[in-house]
Design a protein around this ligand. Structure first.
Ligand code: BEZ
Length: 235
């Protein structure tokens, strides 16, 4: 049965769907313009709304930190370009919030009055709203592959510590060929790939390898915080 409210949802591991769009920083060709960089593509429900304003001020304040991790930011709402421009001017000129003021949003904000991009990325979730995008966050890697997707509802602002942790976690998992346990942060132990043979499993349990094993299938090793940050941030 065809559901008129069902939009396709890109999934983790998919190529990021391509589109061209007008933004507050000129036209973009997505994701081709971002090859070689990570990108966080995120949607927000509407301009001139309080939760979105707090989020944009936070994104803009953290933009340098994301850029230093080779990640660019691209925002979207289903409002038009002049509304975007007016809202971003208001944020810069009038809003002081939690110590942030005179905040200039210099990353592109896509105008999407036709909802073409929002539909392409499954950002419209009609049970929540059929006219406003939910707070979607797509993490796209330098090859244009979607690596993580997080959705928040209209009424709850995103956790920016978590967004940054996800970005650094994805890059760390790639760079060191490891997995990362619950609540991992740089400096915490990482999970080594599972033993590939009975012999390797036995060696691990007998402590012959330089790792800590909770059982043969669950072994960790340290990677110092400085090693992670040097590799990821070149610091
Ligand atoms: C907000 O950003 O404040 C907001 C937007 C849409 C619905 C509810 C809240």
């Amino acid at each position: 049965m065809c559901d008129e409210h069902a939009f396709p949802m890109p999934r983790i591991g998919d190529k990021a769907p391509e589109f061209k769009a007008i933004t507050t920083q000129g036209e973009i060709n997505f994701p081709n313009d971002y090859k070689g960089s990570w990108v966080i593509l995120f949607s927000h429900p509407a301009d001139f709304t309080p939760v979105c304003t707090s989020e944009f001020m936070t994104f803009a304040t953290m933009e340098k930190q994301f850029n230093e991790a080779n990640c660019k930011l691209v925002g979207l709402s289903v409002d038009g370009l002049y509304s975007h421009i007016a809202w971003l001017r208001t944020i810069k000129e009038k809003i002081e919030y939690k110590g942030m003021k005179n905040v200039e949003v210099t990353f592109p904000l896509i105008e999407d009055i036709t909802m073409e991009v929002a539909k392409l990325y499954g950002m419209l979730q009609p049970g929540e709203s059929s006219t406003k995008a939910v707070r979607a966050v797509f993490f796209i890697d330098p090859k244009g592959i979607i690596r993580t997707i997080i959705y928040y509802p209209l009424s709850l602002g995103r956790n920016f510590d978590e967004l940054y942790r996800v970005l650094i976690g994805l890059q760390t998992a790639d760079a060191f060929s490891v997995a990362l346990p619950a609540d991992w942060r740089p400096g915490d132990d990482v999970i080594v790939p599972p033993a590939g043979s009975c012999g390797a499993a036995k060696d691990r349990m007998e402590g012959k390898e330089d790792m800590k094993c909770y059982d043969w299938f669950f072994c960790t090793k340290p990677i110092p915080k400085e090693t992670v940050l040097k590799k990821i941030l070149n610091k």
